[in-house]
Design a protein around this ligand. Structure first.
Ligand code: F6P
Length: 523
């Protein structure tokens, strides 16, 4: 069944939201909390070890009900059915969008174009598992019969950002292998990575869905040349593997047939870390942890698929995002994980979200007359508090923020963790409540700054009413990380459906590539 094709602004629910907005826009979060002592419980969704607390958003029950009406009116349910059954909802590329199949733990077979894809997925997982075990155990030997110590992932965009982010996020679970990432076509980047490496003990994983990407092919060629300074062509098979859909080009590059891991055109690059594109993840943390990552993602898929919209975390938080973008005219969203491990989450989500929903043409081929995809940015707290949080607290822009925190730290240093989480809670409260003139006045008085009260007072006031969502998770594990990533993937899907755009192509990046080739020919 094709996706419905509706200008969302012409729906009855949008009209209701337009009428509702003036009633809500000036309501202060402080008042909303004062008027309802159960607000936190009423606006929280618990799922496994996740708590999605969206109570500090500028919404009322009526807002949520009307946003859910919008979701129903654009047939989100029908779109979800198409998404989870491998229909070709990536219409402009005539492809299914089936990354959820890669992590399915169900016994049901899954089909694309009438072909059962389950055996291929299982086969690829088995290959990842056996290869990982050989490399991690030291049984896989390099050309001088030494075991592998270092792995270099050569890829860019979706063939880099996802694996890099997960390897960084799961550093605590890392085995003895050092995993490096080369992405930029900047030759200095390549040299900085290889200068410390021993070719005898390094494994190179070339990841490119198309195997045509200039950056990846240039970097792989440079690295292969460097490798061949000491080794021979026959040795390449012990040190180079590839992940791609383009088998001919991979073979032409000189990769042995056994060293090729599959990719499929029904998986978008930016959603591919669950496939063999995640091979470097499996190598870094071992196959069982990689498997847990998939299980966590599957759990979130099931929650998304089977939970009524009112209690469905990806749906509700997507709808709240629409509310800010299209009614409050917010232009960006901040991702603020209170964990240094998640320092690469925002850059990863920048590609996932902005490459997907940075679109201005709707599913009719017409230019949209409303806002779509947001600007995504962010960095871990508490660092961000000493960098850009000033603008969120007292600047002129409305920037809804996702705070992501963990109840437990991994090394168990309670003192540090208490301080980290005190900052997490303090930020969301400060953003929501702010500080009134009276409170600021009292502070200055208490500090003995009586003479300065009049001149300083305006600067010491915080308006508050700045929205945030708190995603509180028990602990950073492969499983919880899988659920978190899957949550954001579904958010992309829901928002794309409502905005009536095609989220799964990325034609916008092509023009720059074409022009770069023209410039290169002129040089
Ligand atoms: O930047 C455009 C893009 O096509 C991304 O969507 C993709 O993740 C990246 O390039 C890399 O592509 P490939 O895996 O084919 O090398």
């Amino acid at each position: 069944m094709a996706l419905q094709n509706n200008n969302p602004t012409k729906t009855a629910a949008w009209q209701k939201l337009t009428n509702h907005y003036p009633k809500v826009k000036d309501l202060h979060l402080k008042t909303l909390f004062n008027n309802n002592e159960n607000r936190k419980e009423e606006f929280t969704i618990n799922f496994n070890d996740f708590e999605f607390d969206y109570s500090k958003n500028r919404i009322t029950k009526e807002t949520i009900d009307t946003l859910v009406e919008l979701a129903n009116e654009v047939d989100l349910k029908g779109a979800m059915d198409a998404y989870f059954t491998g229909e070709k909802i990536n219409v402009t590329e005539n492809r299914a969008v089936f990354h959820t199949a890669l992590r399915s733990q169900s016994n049901e077979d899954l089909f694309v174009d009438g072909e059962n894809i389950t055996p291929e997925i299982k086969g690829a997982l088995a290959k990842i598992e056996s290869f990982t075990n050989k490399v991690v155990s030291g049984d896989w030997k390099g050309y001088t019969n030494k075991s592998i110590t270092d792995v270099v992932n050569i890829g860019i965009g979706g063939s880099d950002l996802g694996p890099d982010m997960v390897v960084e996020s799961l550093k605590y679970y890392n085995n003895h292998l050092n995993v490096h990432f080369v992405s930029n076509i900047d030759g200095d980047h390549v040299q900085e990575v290889i200068k410390t490496l021993n070719p005898e003990t390094t494994l190179f994983v070339i990841v490119s869905k198309t195997f045509t990407t200039q950056e990846t092919l240039t970097n792989a060629t440079t690295i292969k040349k460097w490798f061949l300074q000491n080794a021979s062509n026959e040795d390449v098979a012990k040190h180079f593997v590839a992940v791609s859909t383009n088998l001919d080009s991979v073979r032409n590059f000189g990769i042995a047939a056994d060293n090729i891991f599959p990719m499929w055109d029904w998986v978008g690059g930016r959603f591919s870390l669950w496939s063999a594109v995640g091979l470097s993840i499996s190598l870094a943390v071992g196959y069982n942890n990689f498997k847990d990552l998939l299980v966590g993602a599957f759990d979130m898929d099931e929650h998304f698929k089977n939970t009524p919209f009112e209690k469905n975390a990806p749906v509700i938080l997507s709808l709240i995002g629409i509310w800010y973008t299209n009614f409050f005219e917010a232009e960006s969203e901040a991702i603020l994980p209170y964990s240094q491990y998640l320092s690469k989450l925002a850059p990863y989500l920048q590609q996932a979200i902005m490459e997907s929903n940075g679109k201005s043409v709707d599913r009719n081929g017409d230019r949209v007359d409303y806002q779509t995809g947001n600007i995504i940015w962010g960095a871990p707290g508490s660092n961000s508090q000493h960098a850009f949080m000033q603008l969120l607290h007292q600047g002129t822009k409305l920037i809804p923020a996702d705070f992501i925190g963990f109840k437990e730290s991994l090394y168990g240093d309670q003192d540090h963790h208490n301080k980290l989480m005190a900052n997490f809670y303090a930020q969301t409260q400060a953003l929501a409540e702010g500080k009134t003139k009276e409170e600021a006045h009292l502070d200055l008085k208490t500090q003995g700054k009586i003479d300065a009260i009049e001149s300083l007072l305006p600067y010491k006031v915080f308006e508050g009413n700045k929205p945030s969502t708190s995603i509180l998770i028990d602990k950073l594990t492969p499983k919880s990380l899988g659920s978190l990533i899957s949550f954001y993937e579904h958010k992309i899907f829901v928002q794309g459906i409502i905005w009536n755009i095609y989220s799964y192509d990325q034609f916008g990046v092509e023009l720059g590539k074409e022009l770069a080739n023209k410039f290169l020919k002129k040089q």
